[in-house]
Design a protein around this ligand. Sequence first.
Ligand SMILES: *Cc1c(COP(=O)(O)O)cnc(C)c1O
Length: 495
Amino acid sequence: MEVLYSSTRNKNLTVKASEAILKGLSDDGGLFVPNQIPALDKSLKELSAMNYKEVAYEVMKLFLTDFTETELKTCIERAYDEKFDTEVIAPLVEAAGAYYLELFHGSTIAFKDMALSILPHLLITSAKKNNIKNEIVILTATSGDTGKAALAGFAGVEGTKIIVFYPKNGVSPIQEKQMVTQKGANTFVVGIHGNFDDAQTGVKKIFSDKDMAKEMDEKGFQFSSANSINIGRLVPQICYYVYAYSKLLAEGKITEGEKINVVVPTGNFGNILAAFYAKNMGLPIDKLICASNDNKVLYDFFQTGVYDRNREFVLTTSPSMDILISSNLERLIYRIAGNDADKNKELMSALSGQGKYEITADMKALLADFYGNYASEAETAAIIKKIYEDCGYVIDTHTAVAAAVYDKYVKDSKDQTKTVIASTASPFKFTRSVMNAIDAKYDQMGDFELVDELSKIANVEVPNAIEEIRTAPVVHDNQCDVDQMQNVVRGFLGI
Ligand SMILES: *Cc1c(COP(=O)(O)O)cnc(C)c1O
């Protein structure tokens, strides 16, 4: 059955999957949502015999219904290849009473690679299908990980250019180094004087500027988004939840149909929304545990039904989750409003106007599958140390937020359901915070000395992504104020 996509702010605006991928964001500022969540059409048992790419095809074919089998399989083949350091793509590691789904084996060692390694191929295919002649300009705001993963995905891809904005003082040194050393004439990286929300708001503004879009079109360009609002990112993320379940089943850890819980360290709400969609496809997931850091706007939302971004923005050791406006939440709001675009629009304009909104009691009742909690900086550090000392497994700071929240959940609920924790980054990406959590003595060491020390204590080889940047020259050295973002884009495109 064909799945079409409509805007969360205008139900009558409907497009095919390929068009939704090309546009990224709907013209009315809304996000594209599927008009139905398709059910898995293979049994869990059948899925359990499949490898990652096969599972990915089974999931993606149900959502991207205007792609042919060959098109989709080609995209999958090109994405999940040697860029990943394991053929398994997403290994499931049992440690400390949970299953860690390692989503960080791609080229930039964070989970964004899972989707951003396939998005360029989905996009190019979509452009061909829709007879697009313009060059596609990817515009991205990043809290650290998206930027590099998008740069790596798009660098050198013909017919595309990519511009990445990141908060100059809001990413880890390794994240910054990864971005500013990115090669490829079609790449452009800019540090903005502001935080991630400023970057994201600035990008959204450029996207919705109709005059600029017209001017771009005249010059042979059009924008698209690699941000997690693009359904071309969301759909590939559903695959690894189905894959994780199928592996638990294949390994006899669960019986067919047994429910599992999923814990997701959350920022923009894309990853956990993918888990929610997987559940709605029929994957036996019970609780969706949403883990936040000190920027606990989502925890407060699940507690009270009030989403309120009016608060201090806290810089934490899990910077990819330092977010006060979780863009993808809009898709969930739309849904619990009964797919009511007008109601959703009203709430979203309250968010952009007053910085907050409150959902109705009926809507809140539909959030029962979600459990939200948060971990402080001290709790995050403590769990890294504890899991390392108990079982020698070293997790990164984002994954640690999830692990600490999972601990709280089990204490609160006594729930013994088997649980998958989305492990969203390699500890090598946040080496200093991770090593400091294990022992304060490490703070004396230099960044790369720490990398080698981590490799030793965790007994894990230094990932390629880190080896590469040890010596790579800085090729991007651009900064700008928030109100200059549009001019910077014009400059790079020469318009
Ligand atoms: C992006 C990111 C997150 C947050 O994921 P969302 O889909 O934005 O909720 C968590 N951890 C890491 C390491 C990330 O890069």
